[in-house]
Design a protein around this ligand. Structure first.
Ligand code: AGP
Length: 602
């Protein structure tokens, strides 16, 4: 998601900001911008696309001597990736950059507009700078005005604000989005992660949620709940690559750990208290739609398959899911009342893109759920919803899958509400479960250690079966795919109830069965299927909130009421299992053999 940098000092702030943004490129972005305040003059520039465009636009700008500056890479959430929507956003005499989502921006914007404030962008962020200036005009004190502004904001943010009336200070706030302050003897830096600070700062201050304040080149004033906070400085150590990996061994591991945070981003401003809101869709989006067809490949196909159960069960709309490479050549019968959804992490998968073109040609309404804005699939589809997983580097998809499932689940609720087939109470309890998911996806150290220890028992054998029922069957498919992609061991996902129709013939002590046994959905039935395998001496790794005597190994999960809560918790476990087995086998986890992150060939 978005990246933020800031600088106060005597060196070239332009270069420091641009280099800092380059270090944050891995977070993903579609536009970028900087604002530099030297004496009383402000320079600012924004550009759509790669940073090279911003570099080019700013090539004639030089700053000598002391200056302060802020910079931003934007991953579009509210409004298209355009220059006007890029940050910094400006008021009459102040500039702001922001990472996160201001959930109540519409109310603030309406009220400011009714007082005559003019808005240039479609973003939620712009309200911050106008609100600050309005408060400043009333209070005549920059910091008090900034604090008053923060009190009006709901949602997640990391904010940097500069104003002409205080040309040596940066005002900052953090709540739910990352922000770090770096220092050396005579300069001060802000960044969304360590990477831009390496080689520049000696010490860092990791800000906590709810903290805010203002900084000068040699002074940090930090507050929480109106109380001054003592500054805890930590030495800055590490190299650039490991900074990008955030101390994790592999990007895939980091991405598994990031799931909690990106899922929070994914639901922000969408899962409200009593309804689901997709600003990407218009009111009449589902009028005349009687059927949904979802097309995707690999992991994205699994997210579609899992949530197809929800479209039928919750939204009461007939739904079928197809593998894009199969769909293309089957001469499908397409009817105009069908909403055609494509799912893709990269937005460039050739088979999915071609399937989308076919559907469009047949006159169907199309919707893409994608993690990369401006990708070919996003450009081709009539409507798009971004998954907001941030850039995913590991070839084996993890956090993109998690956010795809989340978007599709919210979409099922959105349709259910639109078709009036869900009661207020049920919708509220679904939304409560959605909001609980980020917490369930936090990886506990004890869980990771347990899986690491356990993984040494699963390095041989003649294959794995991941089994589950209902939505846990597609999760079993995904668990098996993760394992084979990075361990090169043979693994299959299978419906638990289908094992007896053939695959059970393979059962012996060297057949490893990973059994997904949720308590909230068909527990007894799945248990019977696992017992059948155990009776044939298969080695069973059971994942369940219920103790299971016949398991050779057991991973206990939380007892949750909603099956999707169990789904997300088990998803994390299967991902870590694949990761640890692959690491023990000495494989390149992030770049497994024969695979590519973006499959742009047929
Ligand atoms: C996931 O781990 C895989 N690398 C692969 O199956 C992937 O999901 C598939 O190629 C589809 O990619 P997409 O989501 O970018 O369209």
């Amino acid at each position: 998601m978005c990246g933020i940098v800031g600088y106060i000092g005597e060196n070239s702030s332009k270069e420091i900001l641009l280099n800092g943004l380059a270090e944050l490129e891995y977070r993903g972005y579609d536009s970028a911008g900087i604002a530099v305040l030297a004496d009383d003059s402000i320079f600012h520039s924004k550009a759509v696309g790669k940073l090279a465009n911003l570099r080019d636009k700013t090539k004639d700008f030089e700053v000598n001597g002391f200056s302060i500056g802020i910079g931003h890479t934007r991953w579009a959430t509210h409004g298209n990736p355009t220059e006007l929507n890029a940050h910094p956003h400006l008021g009459e005499f102040s500039y702001v950059v922001h990472n996160g989502i201001i959930e109540n921006y519409k109310e603030i914007k309406d009220s400011l507009m009714s007082e005559g404030v003019k808005f240039l962008s479609q973003t939620d962020t712009e309200v911050i700078v106008h609100l600050f200036e309005k408060n400043y005009k009333e209070i005549k004190d920059e910091f008090e005005a900034f604090k008053k502004t923060l009190k009006s904001l709901k949602g997640a943010y990391a904010i940097l604000l500069i104003t002409k009336s205080q040309n040596n200070k940066i005002f900052f706030a953090k709540n739910g989005s990352p922000m770090i302050i770096g220092t050396n003897s005579n300069e001060l830096f802000f960044a969304s992660s360590d990477a831009p600070l390496l080689g520049l700062a000696n010490e860092v201050v990791y800000l906590e949620d709810g903290e805010y304040g203002y900084a000068l080149c040699d002074e940090i004033n930090l507050f929480k709940d109106e109380e001054k906070v003592d500054i805890q400085k930590n030495p800055l150590v590490g190299d650039k690559i490991s900074a990008q990996k955030g101390g994790f061994r592999f990007f895939m591991e980091k991405e598994i750990y990031e799931q909690s945070e990106v899922l929070s981003d994914c639901i922000l401003g969408r899962a409200m208290d009593e309804r689901v809101d997709f600003e990407e869709l218009d009111e009449n989006f589902f009028d005349d739609i009687t059927h949904i067809k979802i097309c995707a490949c690999g992991t994205s196909y699994h997210s579609a398959l899992a949530t197809s159960y929800l479209f039928e069960r919750v939204a009461k709309i007939s739904t079928n899911v197809e593998i894009a490479s199969e769909f293309r050549y089957k001469e499908p019968l397409l009817t105009k009342e069908t909403l055609f959804i494509v799912i893709s992490q990269s937005g460039e998968t050739a088979d999915t893109l071609e399937a989308l073109k076919m559907a469009k040609k047949a006159g169907l309404k199309t919707l893409s759920i994608c993690n990369v804005d401006n990708s070919s699939i996003v450009r081709e589809a009539d409507f798009s919803i971004l998954a907001r997983a941030g850039i995913e580097k590991g070839v084996a998809s993890t956090k993109a899958f998690a956010t795809q499932v989340m978007v599709l689940w919210m979409l099922a609720l959105y349709i259910a509400e639109h078709k009036k087939v869900i009661s207020k109470e049920n919708l509220a309890s679904e939304l409560k479960a959605i909001k609980h998911i980020p917490k369930l996806c936090v990886v506990k150290d004890s869980l990771h250690q347990k899986i690491r220890r356990l993984s040494k028992r699963y390095l041989h054998g003649h294959g794995f079966f991941f089994i589950g029922r209902d939505i846990f069957f597609p999760l079993a498919l995904e668990g098996a795919l993760k394992l084979k992609e990075i361990s090169y061991l043979h693994a299959e996902g299978y419906p638990a109830g289908e094992m007896k129709h053939g695959p059970i013939a393979l059962a012996d002590a060297n057949l490893f069965t990973v059994a997904l046994m949720p308590k909230s959905l068909h527990y007894e039935k799945t248990k019977s299927n696992v017992e059948e395998l155990s009776a044939r001496d298969a080695t069973i790794l059971a994942i369940s909130p219920e103790e299971f005597d016949l398991a050779d190994d057991f991973i206990k999960t939380t007892s949750c009421e909603h099956p999707m809560e169990e789904f997300f918790e088990m998803m994390v476990i299967t991902q870590i299992l694949a990761l640890e087995i692959s690491i023990r086998l000495g494989n390149d986890v992030d770049m497994p053999r024969n695979l590519a992150k973006s499959v742009t060939v047929e």
